[in-house]
Write a protein that binds this ligand. Structure first.
Ligand SMILES: [Zn+2]
Length: 376
């Protein structure tokens, strides 16, 4: 099935829209938050919980990790990533570029690609734009990402331009390779806008990527330490230029109260490790702010993590019990906390989408901002 993006409603007051991304593994209603399944698993959850309990339609897997272990050939021999991890719905694979960027001192970027040392055994590895496409084709997710050069923050304009120009050349190579390898694909390859925190560079990068006629576009290089107003400004600069009819993905964002802001800027897709990682570390997101479950105040608390939440965890368990599981380092803690935090994100995104369709997104965003402020 040929993938396509359909816009079903547009907010008259903001740049937000509600859409459906049709993929070979089912429709994905947008805006969408994508749980992160780094090692072909969302830590602590079964695919059944992810799909049936949480209603997730798409998850993200990390190419860097799966390439190093178990290797893309193993996954291909097992029938591709969907079959390997028994996840029947949408899958997005990143290019591995961001993980390699995070290796800092262990990598060297050159025109052909990037040399780095594996964090597992220190062995030398080389990743090129073409190889990133080939590895992702072996993994066989629904959406693939081009290899980009993520610019460290802060970066002056000259440094940011140099990095952006490399990202543009790599994007051209990625698309040429992908189109030659698969002239009639049932998967999508997304281009990534870079340009650090310079809005002029962001607009220029977006404009030049539009020439590639990519099935979708991502805003990369956000959440690298910059103040949040700057992240929004960069997303807005990219949005001005990117075609309205294509899906836009803000990579690696954000906090629960930020996802609505990105949607209002015209972003359709987001992913972030925060809900899952924070859950495991004892931080639960609620409608009234964060709950740190290890606090003594919860020792005999008979209320659920979030009394207004409809998730399995909140319908059945108390803060007292969760605190006990957390302090006892019980595995069930991570499962319940992850279920709750992901529900919080996915449910919030579902309500945001409903608000767009009903034509009342600005009012909805104001209401949730007031409720979080009131709970602090
Ligand atoms: Zn809950």
């Amino acid at each position: 099935m040929k993938p396509r993006f359909e816009i079903v409603a547009e907010c008259p007051q903001t740049r937000a829209r509600a859409g459906i991304l049709h993929t070979a593994h089912g429709p994905i209603e947008t805006p969408v938050f994508m749980p992160v399944g780094t090692q072909a698993t969302v830590k602590g959850l079964t695919p059944k919980q992810l799909g049936e309990e949480l209603g997730a339609r798409i998850v993200l897997a990390n190419t860097y990790h799966l390439w190093l272990r178990p290797g893309e050939e193993t996954i291909r021999a097992c029938g591709g990533l969907h079959q390997f991890m028994r996840w029947p719905r949408g899958l997005l694979t990143d290019s591995g570029g961001y993980q390699i960027y995070s290796l800092a001192g262990l990598r060297r970027v050159r025109e052909e690609g990037v040399d780095f040392k594996s964090h597992l055994d220190g062995s030398h590895r080389f990743l090129s734009p073409e190889l990133a496409v080939d590895i992702q084709r072996s993994l066989a997710g629904d959406i693939m990402m081009v290899l980009d050069d993520c610019t460290p923050y802060p970066a002056g304009e000259a440094e940011a331009r140099k990095s952006m120009e490399l990202t543009l050349r790599w994007a051209s190579r990625s698309f040429a390779h992908w189109r030659a390898a698969d002239p009639n694909p049932d998967t999508m390859l997304f281009a990534i806008v870079q340009g650090s925190m310079h809005s002029g560079l962001r607009r220029e990068c977006a404009r030049r990527l539009v020439d590639l006629d990519a099935p979708g576009y991502a805003v990369g290089g956000l959440s690298v330490g910059e103040p949040r107003p700057l992240s929004y400004e960069m997303a807005a600069a990219c949005e001005e230029v990117l075609p309205r009819r294509k899906p836009r993905y803000a990579m690696g964002v954000g906090m629960p109260h930020e996802i609505g802001e990105y949607v209002a800027l015209g972003i359709d897709m987001m992913d972030c490790v925060l809900p899952t990682r924070n859950a495991r570390n004892g931080c639960l997101f609620t409608g009234e702010g964060k709950v740190m479950i290890k606090n003594a105040a919860h020792a005999r608390s008979s209320i659920p993590p979030d009394p207004d939440c409809g998730c399995y965890c909140c319908r059945n368990f108390t803060r007292s019990y969760l605190r006990h599981l957390f302090l006892s380092r019980e595995m069930l803690y991570s499962t319940l906390a992850t279920l709750h935090n992901l529900w919080h994100y996915l449910d919030r995104m579902r309500r945001i989408r409903e608000a767009i369709v009903a034509g009342r997104l600005p009012e909805y965003l104001l209401a949730i901002a007031a409720s979080v402020a009131g709970g602090r």
